[in-house]
Each structure stands twice: as structure tokens, then as C-alpha cells.
Design a binder for this molecule. Structure first.
Ligand code: HEM
Length: 415
């Protein structure tokens, strides 16, 4: 079954009178564009989803966002970025609501609310509260991988065009014969990865609030339509039972050597919204919006998100969302057994620092490591409570002994 991209664009069906749409309670600051997804590979052996069949093109709506940033915050600030894609398929809307990071701070949904509080607190309303932030991170060591990622160059992409996107969670694909696979989505930027240094970002933040939104709009206006190569890592269903690692742990990546990237298609943004409110801000992205051939995994964070978003949308975009009630809110035939569900919650606390260490030692070059160190040192120097600062130093010792020692001596020198 192929889709020809005939699904209506959202702009063709604006609500009669959208009225005031409350801002998102999370990821409230963002912007986006419209375009298409075109398959270039053949993954029909793994999924029957119509949008991923050969020679298929469907329209998309993409919204990029700041995760911590609030409505008026500066887009140049260091933050994780949301990367949400709505595929308008013949079978309904399929939403891939991911970030620009392959992992996340947490894997247990019970701790999510505390993470949000720790990330959003400001001392006396103006100065960012590094005590609270590092107190949270160091008492939740599963954050180590995401913290190292965020404080590296990756935490300030030069623009939305110059960053990758990820589904982050493990999802499920089902082929025409009913065989199931686990997949992770990778959207690699064709513009090349590029970052801002802290100094460059600060200079932009001093004068510009929305530089990423402006950059995207200007690029598309110039005809430089940004694109991403969409690939997946595919894991045979039974591997999740036997692999040495937990395939559903949102704080970890899968080894590329064992699960190489398989190309699926290309995502192109070629149209700026005429009406940002109707086409982007009113778009309701929901991890529960699956289409046949795609489903959830037992990752507890994902299951919690599947349950959460559409409830917020009913509040935020009400009637518009109700009009599209064909969206399946409940997971389509989840398909896993008790054993896999149990495994999804079996985390190895001794393994929390390994991939963070790999990132620092193997992925970053010397200059990148130096910039990461400077960012860490500047944040630790801001911490008021010596006990929290000491815990933060021990946290870095566990990520990498040599890096930890260097950070310790530099923090001591500036305190
Ligand atoms: C249990 C954990 C989480 C909860 C409860 C949660 C909840 C929410 C809520 C309530 C919104 C606002 C929805 C709206 O008003 O449209 C939101 C937005 C968003 N979340 Fe999450 N979130 C969680 C974790 C994550 C993770 C792990 C990711 C990425 C991998 C993520 C990516 C996003 C994105 C990209 C948006 C903005 C989508 C858009 O542009 O409309 N969230 N989240």
C-alpha cells in the first residue's frame, strides 16, 4: 500500500474560529515548518506502515522547541530541543514526538515531575539555580549520559537546521506477516552538525530572542530547504529478551555495530507556515498517534507519554483536537508479555556512567572536551552548597576519572 501525499495539510482545514489557544505547558517556545517525507529505502520487511513503503511521499508538519525554555526565553540558551514530526498519512496522523538527543535524563516516569521542577527553578526569580539542578542530577545518576551530552557542544546547536533528531524511545514495528521488531529512529541533518560556543550563544541571546525560528524561515524563503536523512536501527523482537543490555532504557543508545542504521527516507521542509497559530502552534503532537504497522514498546516513559499528551491537547486545542478523534489514543495491540514488561523496568544502576564516559572520551575531540569542561566548571563554580558541589565533582569522577580530576582542579582554582 502506498500513500501519495494526498492527506490534507492542516492548513486546508483551519478551525472555523480557533480562538485563543493556551500555550503548551511544556516545550512552549518553538516554531516549525511544513514539508514532506519521501521514502528512499525499502523497510517493508520490518513494517507494514503505509508511509514507510517504497516510493511513498507524505506531507509533514514539524515543530522544533526548547524543552526548558519558556515562551519568552532566548533560543540561543543551552537546552535540549524538541523535534516533533507529524506525518499526514492515508491511515491518519503518525506523530514522532522526539528530541534532538538520542537519550533522555530519566527512564522512570515517576521522577519526571521532579526533573521539570529542578530544571525550571530560578534563584530569586532571575538567576538560574545550579544548586537545585546539580542536586537533582547527582541524586539521579541515570542522568549522567544526558548531562554530558547537554553540556557538550550538542547542547547549543547553531540552528534547528544543523541538528539531528531522534525518536529517542524504542518503538515497535510490525510487518505484513505480523512479525514484530524494535526500532529506534535517527533523523540525521543533511546540513551538517554545527554548534555555537557559549560565548557566541551569549552574544546572540543578548540581542535576539527567536534566532532559530528566524533562521529556519529565512532558509526556506531562500529556497535552501533543510532536509534530514531518516534511518532506523532495527532489533529482532527476541533480542530484547536476551541482549546483555535493556533495549528500552531511555538513558542509553543501542550499539551501532550490532544494530546498524538502515535508511528509510528523507524529510524535507519546504514551506513556511502562512498562519503560525493554525499550522504550527495548534498542531497537537501526541506519542499516542500511531498508524497500523507502528506501535509502542514497554519503555515506561513512553507509556506514560502515550497517556499524557492527548489529555493536555483536549484542554489546549479542544475542539480542533476533538474533530480529529480518529487518532487512536490507546496503544494499538501492544503485543509484549510480562517478561518483556519486567525487563523494561530492570535497570542496571552500575552502568549509568559508561555511555557518558564513552561520549566524553571517544565522541568528543580535544577542543570539544575543553569546551565541555569550561561549561561544567562555570556551572559548578556557581553552586552555593559545598556538599552539592562535592557530589557534582564525584559525579564527573565517575563519568571519567581524568576529566573529573581536571574539572576538580579548575573548580578549585576559580572558587
Ligand atoms: C513522562 C515523561 C514526559 C511527560 C509526562 C511529558 C509531557 C509533555 C507535555 C504535557 C507536553 C505538552 C503537550 C502539548 O501541550 O502539546 C510535552 C511536549 C513535548 N514533549 Fe514531552 N513529556 C515527557 C517526556 C518527553 C520526552 C522523553 C521527550 C522526547 C524524547 C519529549 C518530547 C516532547 C516534545 C518534542 C514536546 C513538544 C511537542 C510540540 O512541539 O508540540 N517529552 N511533553
Amino acid at each position: 500500500m502506498t500513500s501519495t501525499g494526498t492527506a490534507p495539510r492542516r492548513a486546508d482545514h483551519p478551525a472555523a474560529d480557533p480562538g485563543p489557544v493556551p500555550v503548551r505547558i511544556r516545550h512552549s517556545k518553538g516554531g516549525g515548518a511544513l514539508g514532506f517525507f519521501q521514502t528512499t529505502g525499502d523497510v517493508s520487511a520490518f513494517t507494514a506502515a503505509s508511509l514507510f513503503q517504497p516510493d511513498t511521499r507524505v506531507d509533514v508538519v514539524v515543530r522544533f522547541s526548547a524543552t526548558v525554555g519558556f515562551r519568552g526565553s532566548r533560543e540561543a540558551w543551552r537546552d535540549l530541543r524538541g523535534f516533533a514530526v507529524k506525518f499526514l498519512t492515508d491511515d491518519g496522523e503518525y506523530d514522532l514526538v522526539g528530541n534532538n538527543s538520542p537519550v533522555f535524563f530519566l527512564r522512570d516516569e515517576a521522577t519526571f515531575a521532579s526533573l521539570v521542577v529542578a530544571h525550571k527553578m530560578y534563584r530569586d526569580g532571575t538567576v538560574f539555580d545550579y544548586d537545585r539542578l546539580w542536586d537533582f542530577w547527582t541524586t539521579h545518576p541515570e542522568t549522567a549520559h544526558q548531562v554530558a551530552w547537554l553540556l557538550s557542544d550538542r547542547g547549543i546547536p547553531r540552528s534547528w537546521r544543523h541538528q539531528d533528531g531522534f525518536g529517542s524511545h524504542t518503538y515497535q514495528w510490525v510487518n505484513a506477516a505480523g512479525e514484530r521488531f524494535w526500532v529506534k529512529y535517527h533523523l540525521r541533518t543533511d546540513q551538517g552538525i554545527a554548534y555555537l560556543t557559549d560565548e557566541q550563544a551569549d552574544a546572540i541571546a543578548d540581542t535576539e530572542v527567536d534566532h532559530q525560528r528566524a533562521d529556519l524561515r529565512a532558509a526556506i524563503d531562500r529556497g535552501e530547504n533543510p532536509s534530514w536523512t531518516v534511518s532506523v536501527q532495527v532489533m529482532p523482537y527476541e533480542d530484547a529478551r536476551t541482549d546483555a543490555f535493556n533495549a528500552f532504557d531511555l538513558t542509553k543508545v543501542w550499539p551501532r555495530a550490532e544494530y546498524p542504521l538502515i535508511e528509510v527516507g528523507t524529510l524535507v521542509l519546504d514551506r513556511n507556515p502562512d498562519d503560525e497559530l493554525a499550522e504550527i502552534e495548534q498542531a497537537a503532537f501526541a506519542p499516542s498517534s500511531f498508524v497500523p504497522g507502528i506501535g509502542p514498546s514497554p519503555d515506561p516513559m513512553l507509556l506514560s507519554r502515550i497517556d499524557a499528551y492527548w489529555r493536555f491537547h483536549q484542554h489546549r486545542v479542544k475542539e480542533e483536537y476533538a474533530r480529529r478523534a480518529a487518532v487512536p489514543f490507546a496503544p494499538v495491540d501492544a503485543g509484549w508479555d510480562e517478561d518483556l514488561a519486567r525487563r523494561a523496568r530492570s535497570w542496571d544502576p552500575d552502568d549509568d556512567f559508561r555511555q557518558a564516559g564513552d561520549l566524553v572520551r571517544r565522541v568528543l575531540d580535544d577542543a570539544g572536551r575543553e569546551r565541555l569542561r569550561a561549561t561544567v566548571v562555570s556551572q559548578l563554580a556557581e553552586i552555593v552548597d559545598p556538599a552539592i558541589r562535592e557530589r557534582a565533582l564525584l559525579f564527573w569522577d565517575r563519568i571519567d576519572v581524568a576529566e573529573g580530576a581536571e574539572i576538580r582542579s579548575q573548580v578549585q582554582a576559580v572558587r
